[in-house]
Design a binder for this molecule. Structure first.
Ligand code: NAI
Ligand code: MN
Ligand code: ZN
Length: 339
């Protein structure tokens, strides 16, 4: 089989590898589609502290089960599946409180273990979630990015009367907007970014109001309109955003952080405690695949609105380069395998 391998930072090859046999409890998936994410590019460029090389990247992938290991129901052969990249031990403290996404021995496919940019991948059977026939392939490959939004909303528990503010109109901001509008029917969703083309995408995904903060202050604009957000999600992840969010938030608001910056954020306690704000962080997803598959079945979200490009995997380098360089035109870039 062919696999997309990052041999070491900045060295990508399409390599011939032996077809792996599934071990007990595993299934082998013949990949059809995979999505490119910021973290794939970070591993490629050597900017991901968790990555070990060589590595088959890709943690957003969909395909068909073509072999089953011992102890796995043979009836699953041929099943269409989306793969949850989060592999957890099931018995440590975080696992025992329902947070396998921060398991003390967390393994993420495509990061710590070989992932889905490959003609085939062997994964634990329980990570391969069956996709109902009515959900098309292009939606199925987008389950993982939407699980990030499901995890965020699982913490923040949005309601219809929320006034939500989303920082960042990249893929992560857009999945969050779609969940807030489509699933939770939030009254007002505001999106802030520095790129007009991305803000236009946010509008297509349901944002009620968008704001470009490249040259103008968001804080001043919200004050002028008398808007105090009750739910703020930071999907832009600059360390300066937290204090701005704390300042603008309504009393009793919730703030959700998604960033991994290693630079400090300077914050003032009074602004948090004085308004009794709740600050959550959200990483990957905790058992959210069935949640998102249900959203798709009910038509509450529309992944097509995020897909801007599709490449055959032979052109994976071009695809990643485009994804990195053209934030104005690119959102989700997909790779096709075996087509
Ligand atoms: P992206 O880079 O495509 O989008 C970020 C957007 O934020 C860009 O459109 C950019 O113009 C905008 N932005 C940057 N600074 C801003 C500021 N100060 N004000 C307003 N807008 C600003 O990235 P993507 O894929 O959407 O991911 C967003 C962030 O989420 C990344 O930092 C990534 O590391 C993080 N992430 C976290 C996950 C988690 O589970 N916690 C999962 C996936 C991504
Ligand atoms: Mn991703
Ligand atoms: Zn664990």
């Amino acid at each position: 089989m062919k696999s997309v391998v990052i041999q070491q930072p900045n060295e990508l090859v399409i390599e011939d590898r032996p077809l792996p046999a599934p071990a007990a409890g595993d299934v082998r998936v013949k990949i059809k589609l995979a999505g490119i994410c910021g973290s794939d590019s970070h591993i490629y460029r050597g900017h991901n502290p968790f990555a070990k090389y060589p590595r088959v990247i890709g943690h957003e992938f969909f395909g068909e089960i073509d072999a089953t290991g011992e102890g796995v129901d043979g009836a699953r052969l041929g099943q269409r599946v989306s793969v949850d990249p989060v592999i957890s031990c099931g018995h440590c403290y975080p696992c025992s409180v329902g947070k396998p996404n921060v398991c003390t021995s967390l393994v993420v496919l495509g990061v710590h273990r070989d992932g889905g940019f490959s003609e085939y991948a062997v994964v634990p059977a329980k990570n391969a979630w069956p996709i109902p026939d009515e959900i098309p392939d292009k939606h199925a490959v987008m389950v993982e990015p939407f699980t990030i939004a499901a995890n965020v909303t699982g913490h923040a528990k949005p309601t219809e009367q929320d006034v939500a503010l989303i920082y960042g109109a990249g893929p992560m901001g857009l999945v969050t907007v779609q969940a807030l509008k489509g699933v939770y029917k939030v009254k007002q969703v505001i999106v802030v970014d520095r790129i007009d083309e991305r803000l236009a995408m946010a509008q297509r995904s349901g944002a009620d109001w968008v704001f470009n903060n490249a040259e103008q202050s968001l804080q001043a604009a919200l004050e002028e309109k008398g808007i105090r957000p009750t739910l703020i999600v930071d999907a832009a992840c600059h360390p300066s955003i937290l204090q701005e969010a704390i300042t603008m938030a309504s009393p009793a608001a919730r703030i959700v952080l998604m960033g991994f910056s290693s630079d400090p954020s300077q914050i003032v306690q009074q602004g948090i405690t004085g308004k009794e704000l709740s600050i959550f962080s959200s990483r990957l997803n905790a058992n959210k695949f069935p949640v998102v598959i249900d959203w798709l079945k009910k038509g509450l979200i529309d992944p097509e609105k995020l897909i801007t490009h599709t490449f055959d995997y032979h052109h994976v380098s071009d695809a990643i380069e485009l994804f990195e360089k053209d934030q104005r035109q690119c959102c989700k870039v997909l790779l096709t395998f075996g087509q």
